[in-house]
Ligand binder design. Structure first.
Ligand code: PMP
Length: 445
């Protein structure tokens, strides 16, 4: 009775006010609320290709792509068709289907480190279970994660760095008791010496090291090749498992995912466990984790590590994922996507240079990031503290300037961006032109 009557035509602001009455903060996932950048979140009415339209009919070039899944753009005809056909056959059975096997086979075919996978419904579930599997397989309790990496909101992973070397982390969320994160060690990203010392002191107790290889939750920060190589060696030496969280990078930065990018520089490189989400579901709730057959045999019903899900391997979601994978495995797909993404980053870099605004950007495949640095000539940030020391207010003004000009970037400086195969050269050119305009004004103020 205290909720207002829905209105026929609504503005973003009216919808946001109404949403806040029935949903905490008005959103179902915090970043959507625009808290970091301020202003009113856009309520999206529909999307097609590289564009989204809000409740007021305003069009945006979309560089979020649902935070990664929409690698083909919105409403790709083949994917839409597969989803509609699957929906006609049934939404959910709670029994095995052939399509799950096909999707598992398709993931295995493209990622050589994986012999078996299990499908789940979210990246959080996949990451949480990967940790349980690593602990179950090694019989050890401790895990290492890195500052600035996000692996979903499982209790043991919501941890920030403690003070000093390899102290226990502190919970980053209320509701997570310190005892629950006492086995989570949080180290600095790209700090080889620190992880060497940690293994030296506690190597026999470490079940796994979990990493976002190209960290998209602190914008875009690559784990250096020597860092990844050293972690691989330390894990082998001490009997720990190396877990690649490829929820964001999987099938996004390359067909073989980020691990194939590192295998170019580290011959034979493979992680022990991989975690996927986003692209493999093509926009439907679907995620997965995979490993060698030997490690995966630890999972129920074969082994003692429990994991289950009512909607796991959902028939409509698997149809969406399979149809998406069918498109992205076509020859030349990643070359074209990578080139378009690079064109965006170099266009933005040129625009910033012309305006005299210190700026660095980077991309891999269809994922990109950029930073407003403090000085001209400063390189790409290598860890979380450096990312957080970049120009936040400048980013926020840039974000709003772009949004006003119909370009939808991630609403926080610590988020990566995504280009889809549906973005045209003209979309990139329009984006760069908008950026040049915004940066000219920024430089003048
Ligand atoms: N891992 C990484 C690297 C992610 O980026 C995310 C989500 N952005 C997750 C895990 C969690 O996935 P989900 O939101 O599907 O639970």
């Amino acid at each position: 009775p205290c909720l207002p009557e829905p209105r026929a035509v609504s503005t973003n602001q009216a919808l946001f006010e109404r949403a806040q009455l029935s949903i905490p903060g008005g959103v179902n996932s915090p970043v959507r609320a625009f808290r970091a950048v301020g202003g009113t979140p856009r309520f999206i009415a529909r999307a097609q290709g590289p564009y989204m339209w809000d409740a007021e009919g305003q069009r945006y070039i979309d560089y979020i792509g649902s935070w990664g899944p929409m690698i083909l753009g919105h409403g790709h005809p083949a994917v839409l068709d597969a989803v509609i056909r699957a929906a006609h056959e049934g939404f959910s059975f709670g029994a095995p289907t052939e399509r799950e096997v096909e999707l598992a086979e398709e993931i295995i075919r493209n990622v050589p480190s994986i012999e078996q996978v299990r499908l789940v419904s979210s990246g959080t579930e996949a990451g949480m279970t990967a940790i349980r599997l690593a602990r179950g397989a090694t019989g050890r309790s401790k895990i290492i994660k890195f500052e600035g990496c996000y692996h979903g909101h499982a209790d043991a992973l919501l941890v920030k760095a403690g003070s000093g070397l390899a102290t226990f982390g502190h919970p980053t969320s209320a509701g997570v008791p310190p005892e629950v994160v006492q086995h989570t060690l949080v180290l600095e990203f790209n700090n080889i010496e620190q992880i060497e010392e940690t293994f030296k002191a506690q190597g026999g107790d470490i079940a796994c090291v979990m990493i976002e290889p190209i960290a998209g939750n602190m914008n875009f920060v690559r784990a250096s090749v020597p860092f990844v190589k050293r972690i691989r060696e330390l894990c082998d030496q001490y009997g720990a498992l190396f877990v690649f969280d490829e929820v964001m990078t999987g099938f996004r930065v390359a067909l073989g995912s980020a691990q194939s990018v590192y295998a170019r520089d580290i011959p034979g490189f493979q992680p022990d466990i991989s975690v996927f989400g986003k692209v493999i579901g093509g926009g439907m709730p679907l995620a997965a984790f995979g490993s060698s057959r030997k490690i995966m045999q630890n999972l129920a019903p074969l082994g003692g590590v429990y994991q289950a899900g009512t909607l796991s391997g959902n028939p409509v979601a698997t149809a969406c994922g399979l149809a998406t994978l069918k498109e992205i495995t076509k020859p030349g797909f990643y070359e074209a996507l990578g080139a378009r993404t690079q064109a965006l980053v170099s266009g933005l870099t040129e625009a910033a240079k012309a305006a005299g605004v210190p700026f660095v950007g980077d991309s891999e495949g269809g994922m990109f990031g950029f930073f407003f640095t403090n000085h001209a000539g400063e390189g790409l940030p290598q860890n979380y503290n450096v990312v957080m020391a970049t120009q936040k207010e400048r980013f926020n003004r840039f974000f709003h300037g772009m949004l006003d000009r119909g370009v939808y970037l991630a609403p926080a400086l610590y988020e990566a961006g995504f280009v889809s195969a549906s973005h045209t050269e003209a979309d990139i050119a329009a984006t760069v032109a908008a950026a040049a305009d915004v940066l000219r004004i920024e430089a003048a103020n």
